[in-house]
Design a binder for this molecule. Sequence first.
Ligand code: XIL
Length: 302
Amino acid sequence: ASTLAAAAQQSGRYFGTAVAANKLGDSTYTGILNREFDMVTAENEMKMDATEPNQGQFSFGNGDRIVNQARGQGKRVRGHALAWHSQQPGWMQNMGGSSLRSAMLNHVTQVASYYKGKIYAWDVVNEAFADGSSGGRRDSNLQRTGNDWIEAAFRAARSADPNAKLCYNDYNTDNWSHAKTQGVYNMVRDFKSRGVPIDCVGFQAHFNSGNPVPSNYHTTLGNFAALGVDVQITELDIEGSGSSQAQQYQGVVQACLSVARCTGITVWGIRDSDSWRASGTPLLFDGSGNKKAAYTSVLNVL
Ligand code: XIL
């Protein structure tokens, strides 16, 4: 195969990227997007602040631009993200208690209903666990509405769009020996045992020298999959360059390929210049849109 999407399809998987609506007019960007990828995630346009800027007033223009472009090109869409402590609209940031709980559930219901039938998988809840050694939940206004806020969000999403896969998505959950990984694992196991509707777990996979690709990544992905959920690499980027970066990318792809229920990989942007990271060259194409060594290593191993 000669593109990432075609290569991933050989094993029934997808290869996706984050897309920014304001770059769809850039022909280099859109050319690579249309050629190489078969799954799209809106980088910011479907988050809470973008879709509900004023309470009860929804705004889907930029999200629609991305969804329509993707579907028009025969690509699928991962929805990102229905409930998150970050990128909340101003009106929500200072809310709490039962009014925040119902505002969050209404948001989940409205956004998932609006996009019903067009989303392959939703990141229903993003980044709800704490970093460090506790293995527990992150403190946030949503968490303070009660520990059951996550399952309430999943149930609302299932009612709104019964055919979308519903994912929990987080970062620093790649290394099996980390407390945060164990915390998420225990939540998913509990959800499965109690019938809370969850279908998948997303691993953001933002790697750098302080947070390298773990050698036990296949173990982590395999252990989650054994709970009866799909696993997906949802926001992959790896700081570095040259053959070292290429090797690390290859390791991530191999980890996914080694787990039957790892259904696909998404990189968090197209060219290095599109990356959310302030500096560095973490993606598969350089600033001019040329394929990097990391691109070739990924294509060769898929
Ligand atoms: C980032 C976007 O890439 C940036 O443009 C934005 O300023 C901040 O958010 N985890 C996530 C993504 O789940 O939504 C974040 O995206 C990166 C970290």
